[in-house]
Ligand binder design. Structure first.
Ligand SMILES: *[C@@H]1O[C@H](CO)[C@@H](O)[C@H](O)[C@H]1NC(C)=O
Ligand SMILES: *[C@@H]1O[C@H](CO)[C@@H](O)[C@H](O)[C@H]1NC(C)=O
Ligand SMILES: *[C@@H]1O[C@H](CO)[C@@H](O)[C@H](O)[C@H]1NC(C)=O
Length: 261
C-alpha cells in the first residue's frame, strides 16, 4: 500500500542523525519487498543527500542532512562534531531548494527543539511560501526523548540508559529533557499554520523506551580510551535508537497518518 502510494513520487526526510534513523527504518521496512535488481541506494552532494530508489515504482525515498534546517557550520554530513554551533539566520533556502518539489516531507531535528521559538516560526513561514499544500504533505516529528539521567525514572544518580533492558512502566512518565511547555506552544503554532502540517507526536511513546537506545553498541567516531572502556556509562549513546526498533513504530504512525489523515 505504501509503495503504491509512493508511485511516481518523491518522499524526503530532512534533518539530523535522529531523522536519518527514521529514514533508514522506513527504507528497511519497504526494501525487503523489492527484488534486488529493482532498487538502489545512492549518495550525492558530499553525502548530504541519500536517495533510495524503488525502480519499478519510479519512487524515491530520500534523506537530506540539515541538522538545523537552516544553513549552519554543522552542515557537513560526515564532519559535523562542532561544539560551538552557528546558524545563519534567514538561510533556509540554501537547503530548502532541495526540498521544494517533494511530495511527502518529514522534518525533524533534535537541536531544533533546543532553539528559540523564532526559528520555528521562521520555518513555518518558509513552508507557507515554498510548499504547495495541494501537492505536498508535510509531517513534523516531535522531540525525540533521550535517557541520559536515570534519576528521571528513579534509578541511581550518575547513571544513564546503559544496561537498561526494560521499558518504563509508569504511564505518566515524562523525562526532564522533553519540555512540555515548548511542545504545547509548538502544537498551537502548528494548528494555526495555513499550510497543514501533520505532527507525528512520538515524544511520550518514545519516552518509555529507556531500553531502546544504541547505548554502547553504536559505531564510535574515534577509538575508545581504556578509561572509557572501563566505564561504559561514559560513552553509552542514550539519544539515538537501535534498528529494528522504536523508530519502526514512528513510521507505522506516519503510515497511519498518511492514509487516515
Ligand atoms: C517518475 O517520477 C517523477 C517524479 O518523481 C516524474 O517527474 C516522472 O514523470 C515519473 N516518470 C514516469 C515514467 O512515470
Ligand atoms: C547490568 O544490570 C544487571 C541487572 O540489573 C546487573 O546485575 C549488572 O551488574 C549490571 N552491569 C553493569 C556493568 O552495571
Ligand atoms: C504530544 O503529546 C503529549 C502527550 O503525550 C502532549 O503533552 C504534547 O503537548 C503533544 N505535543 C504537541 C506538539 O502537540
Amino acid at each position: 500500500m505504501m509503495l503504491e502510494t509512493l508511485r511516481g513520487k518523491r518522499m524526503m526526510f530532512v534533518g539530523d542523525s535522529l531523522n536519518r534513523g527514521q529514514f533508514v527504518s522506513f527504507v528497511c521496512l519497504l526494501h525487503q519487498l523489492i527484488p534486488e535488481d529493482q532498487k538502489s541506494m545512492q549518495s550525492f552532494d558530499h553525502d548530504s543527500l541519500t536517495v533510495f530508489t524503488a525502480k519499478e515504482y519510479n519512487a524515491t525515498i530520500e534523506f537530506y542532512w540539515a541538522p538545523f534546517l537552516l544553513e549552519s557550520n554543522s552542515d557537513n554530513a560526515v564532519v559535523h562534531r562542532i561544539s560551538d554551533r552557528v546558524v545563519r539566520k534567514g538561510s533556509i533556502n540554501k537547503h530548502g531548494r532541495h526540498w521544494k518539489n517533494v511530495d511527502i516531507m518529514v522534518f525533524n531535528t533534535y537541536l531544533w527543539w533546543m532553539t528559540g521559538l523564532n526559528m520555528k516560526i521562521f520555518m513555518l513561514r518558509w513552508v507557507k511560501l515554498n510548499m504547495d499544500p495541494k501537492k505536498t504533505r508535510v509531517f513534523f516529528t516531535t522531540m525525540s526523548p533521550s535517557h541520559q539521567k536515570s534519576i528521571d525514572w528513579g534509578g541511581e544518580a550518575g547513571k544513564n540508559c546503559y544496561n537498561e533492558t526494560s521499558m518504563i512502566e509508569d504511564p505518566n512518565y515524562w523525562g526532564s529533557d522533553s519540555r512540555k511547555s515548548i511542545m504545547q506552544v509548538i502544537g498551537q503554532v502548528f494548528k494555526k499554520s495555513k499550510v497543514p502540517i501533520t505532527l507525528l507526536n512520538i515524544t511520550q511513546l518514545s519516552s518509555y523506551r529507556k531500553d531502546a537506545h544504541t547505548s554502547i553498541y553504536k559505531k564510535q567516531w574515534s577509538p575508545l580510551t581504556p578509561e572509557q572502556l572501563a566505564n561504559p556509562v561514559s560513552y553509552a549513546d542514550c539519544v539515538h535508537w537501535c534498528l529494528p526498533g522504536l523508530q519502526d513504530t514512528w513510521n507505522e504512525l506516519l503510515f497511519a497518518k498518511l492514509f487516515y489523515p
